[in-house]
Design a protein around this ligand. Structure first.
Ligand SMILES: [Zn+2]
Length: 208
């Protein structure tokens, strides 16, 4: 039996409509939610996409912030294409994209760039984090679970290849009805990074 963690309640603070337009021309509209009472005090966001109000089991992706990938289109990781894919799929199904302010698997932006420098010397993404004194993955989904509870989304379909996300959310009282994988966004620049994800954390990616 899983031990469930008692969470302090968070509340919706504001909801504002934001039209989105991506670099490839894809457009949709998001209801962007802010919150009070999030456990770590950070400014996490939830984007309500598509008919999220009418979907009793919303499609949800917790996306951890990646400045280089999300904003600048860095090809060292697959975050940008994952974010783009997730927004369209959630808009189609109705659900929420949780934009979590935990850069670099929770180690921060500067440390992530330091880890890139070590990777250029031959370490993989996890070994580089450990060489800097960090754990493989320091991400925590407490705030994600608090946001889902505040949005009334206690039961969700999860969009992820990362088994740790579902396991953490279930411990935090979110029922995962189903887990759907995201596509593989493989490029010459991120192949080594994606292989490390599969080998170290059981990400459900099929790489040739
Ligand atoms: Zn990234």
């Amino acid at each position: 039996m899983t031990v469930k963690v008692q969470l302090p309640a968070a509340d919706v603070r504001t909801r504002v409509t934001v039209p989105l337009r991506f670099a490839d021309g894809y457009e949709t509209v998001a209801d962007v939610f802010t919150f009070t009472g999030l456990a770590d005090g950070k400014e996490h966001l939830a984007l309500g996409l598509g008919d999220y109000r009418d979907n009793p089991i919303p499609l949800v992706r917790p996306h951890s912030e990646c400045l280089t990938g999300d904003v600048f289109g860095s090809e060292r990781c697959d975050c940008g294409p994952q974010l783009r894919e997730a927004v369209e799929r959630i808009a189609g199904a109705g659900g929420f994209l949780l934009y979590l302010r935990q850069e670099g698997r929770g180690i921060g932006l500067y440390a992530k760039l330091d880890a890139y420098a070590l990777q250029d010397q031959g370490l993989d993404t996890y070994a580089a984090n450990r060489a800097l004194g960090h754990a493989d993955d320091e991400r925590d989904y407490t705030a994600a679970a608090q946001m889902l509870h505040a949005l009334g989304a206690d039961k969700v379909t999860l969009l992820t290849n990362n088994p740790d996300k579902g396991a953490q959310l279930e411990r935090l009282g979110i029922t995962i009805d189903e887990t759907r994988p995201t596509a593989v966004h493989l490029s010459a620049a991120n192949a080594r990074y994606l292989r490390a994800k599969v080998a170290h954390t059981g990400h459900t990616l099929t790489l040739d």
